[in-house]
Design a protein around this ligand. Sequence first.
Ligand SMILES: C[S@@+](CC[C@H](N)C(=O)[O-])C[C@H]1O[C@@H](n2cnc3c(N)ncnc32)[C@H](O)[C@@H]1O
Length: 198
Amino acid sequence: MFILGPPREGLSRRKRGQGTSPPAPPPRGEEGKLRWGARRLRVEERRNQLEVKPIGIVHNAVAGGRYTGWDEVVSEIRLAPELEEAAEGLEEFSHLIVIFWLDRAHAPDAAKIHPKDQPDLPLVGYLATRSPNRPNPLGLTVVRLLERRGNVLVVQGLDAYDGTPVLDVKPYMPAPDEGIRVPAWVGRLTGQERSGKR
Ligand SMILES: C[S@@+](CC[C@H](N)C(=O)[O-])C[C@H]1O[C@@H](n2cnc3c(N)ncnc32)[C@H](O)[C@@H]1O
């Protein structure tokens, strides 16, 4: 959807390790200059203004508030009916990546926060946390797919309130172990959240 430059050429150069590729040369002649100018303008506009629209809505029993124990929550993602055909095949995957819009979040309070407002956890930049309060309130969660009923995806473990707009779903495909490293506080937090304690 968003074309940010001459894609094919750029991609192959980066793959060969030659750094960022220069823009493709403009077409020759006056007409070419005009067309090139118009094309660049459109590219800039697209960079600064991205359009997304919900493809579905979350339905579950969690209306809001501080909630732990998301692992057990079963939600329905009701996709727009016209997307039923596009969802065909998802049921062959056990897990999905769900990208959603945290519509009840607010702007970050400060550059540095305690994760989950827990003063016993270190003060870190909000981008180093999964706080819903960020410049673009996007949520991204890997969930278990229990069932697909037409345009309805029944999932477990989605940490989104009832009514949350869903922007995209993708099948989760495991990658080989990439040596993932996280700070120690993440282990403490994950333990609490999984168990529903705190
Ligand atoms: C910390 S966010 C993280 C979401 C996702 N796992 C991620 O890492 O991007 C999840 C929390 O956001 C809050 N939340 C859920 N739905 C929301 C919504 N629609 N608007 C604002 N906050 C929401 C809940 O408190 C939930 O525990």
